[in-house]
Design a binder for this molecule. Structure first.
Ligand code: GDP
Ligand code: MG
Length: 170
């Protein structure tokens, strides 16, 4: 099994931290060549039963459009290439308006067979009782979302479950 996984979300929600944790090392830049396709491989995780290729996009480093900085960061151009999309939010902030805008676009631009996992990160910063209403809200507002997984990227909480789900969806 193998496939492409894109990690999207606003700045500071913990995308780089999660990638590092999932890879088990500091981010390995596999290729630093100039952009020839829409995406660029930023890391590969090899497992017994699967190979997961994490994608970056050309748009991600451009900060030209100051008004829509978060859009640059989330790099919409990767959406059609992804087999699995991990959309990260910050548990302490809940679902923000910016998060909603990004999720709407993911819903519009993803392939039909692409799985979307909403990852609620930084759960070390909230009470357990706050998570259930947030999970309810996300699944009601965005029915195309396949799974919602609460994690802590820094503490490693629930990362094994997230990885299992990714492999299941590849
Ligand atoms: P990115 O901009 O989405 O790539 O976010 P980073 O990975 O750079 O993380 C932004 C900040 O959030 C850093 O200070 C991280 O240490 C912190 N952070 C990431 N994951 C967690 C988490 O699970 N819990 C807490 N408390 N902080 C986190
Ligand atoms: Mg980052």
């Amino acid at each position: 099994k193998s496939g492409y996984v894109a990690i999207l979300g606003r700045p500071n929600v913990g995308k780089s931290t999660l990638l590092n944790s999932l890879l088990g090392t500091k981010v390995a830049i596999v290729t630093d060549k100039p952009q020839t396709t829409r995406h660029r491989i930023i890391g590969v995780k090899h497992m017994e039963d699967a190979q997961i290729v994490f994608l970056d996009t050309p748009g991600i480093h451009k900060e030209k459009f100051e008004l829509n900085k978060y859009m640059n960061e989330i790099a919409f151009s990767v959406i059609p290439d992804a087999d699995v999309i991990l959309f990260l939010i910050d548990a302490r902030e809940g679902l923000t308006e910016a998060d909603r805008k990004i999720l709407e676009r993911i819903g519009q631009e993803k392939r039909k067979d692409t799985k979307v996992i909403v990852v609620i990160n930084k759960i070390d910063g909230v009470k357990k009782e706050e998570l259930l209403p947030l999970i309810d809200q996300i699944s009601k507002e965005f029915p195309f979302v396949d799974e919602i997984v609460p994690i802590s990227a820094t503490r490693g909480t629930n990362l094994d479950r997230l990885l299992d789900l990714i492999v299941k969806y590849l």
